[in-house]
Design a protein around this ligand. Sequence first.
Ligand code: GDD
Length: 309
Amino acid sequence: MKKVLIFGVAGFVGGYLVKEFAKAGGYHIYGSDMVESFAQEELSAYYPCDILDGPACEALIESIQPDYIINLAALSSVRMSWDLPEKTIEINVLGAMHIMDGAVKLEKKPVLLMVGSSEEYEISDKALREESPLSANNPYGISKATLEQMAEIYRMKYKITIYFTRSFNHTGVGQKPVFVVPSFAKQVAEIEKSQGPGVMKVGNLSAMRDISDVRDVVCAYRMILESGSKEKVFNVGSGKASKIQEILEILIGFSSYEIKVEQDPDKMRPSDNPFICADNTLLKKETGWSPKYSIEDTVKALFDYYVEE
Ligand code: GDD
């Protein structure tokens, strides 16, 4: 049995990743996060640990001796990163470095997967390839681009395998409504439950994003780790971009009541990339991955979740 250690296991993606490894089989799955306790039946054990506490991170990695480490712990909202730029850099760069520091100290070095973002890329109207130029235009994107450069330093200095994803948007039940799809789904569901017409608040509807189901994304993470690929940086995205306006229309279509849409200045950003779409050729070629879930089904699942909540 291999041992996989997941930092940030209590977050939105964590639970799905645990299920992904359990379904694949052959793993002892260990999880860590900041909360005192966290339970999921597929987890072999849970260990509370703040990734900003370097010695604690190193001690945890030393005690588990994992074969694989995945870091999902991050400040992941682009919108929030504008208000909390220092915290974003601290958690996303320094916290992740503590994990890499722990990994390089093991005699049998684990294989790591660090999660980056499509927000690292320079604005483009074409599908982004791994070779496309990077030039982040928000604190979150800058934090992930910095981490990516740091990971290269660790690879060079310690001869350790660190896979780095540039993950495109992903959603699913459990994602916080600070992100666009759960925000819209929750508002439409609340109007539906109120049994009358309602108003919803939105941000920039003209942006286009490549939005995957989180289950496809965690599958890609596992397949990258297991691939043994010599490539190090992978786009993780569906390869199809949808206009945010279209996502809104799908959701409004689920409602039986009239919905008025208002733009909320607080949901707008100082800058917002107009178009982000993945070229996922490399991921498919190196791992055999392909997406299984459609965005329409994922959006519907979120709506149903909030209606029943
Ligand atoms: N959050 C939010 N709320 N976004 C809105 C809204 C709204 O009411 N209305 C429109 N948008 C637009 C945003 O301006 C953006 O263009 C798009 O919807 C997606 O916003 P988010 O869901 O907040 O995600 P993001 O694209 O900023 O960041 C996500 O994707 C990245 C990969 O591209 C996050 O998951 C990041 O962690 C991830 O790296």
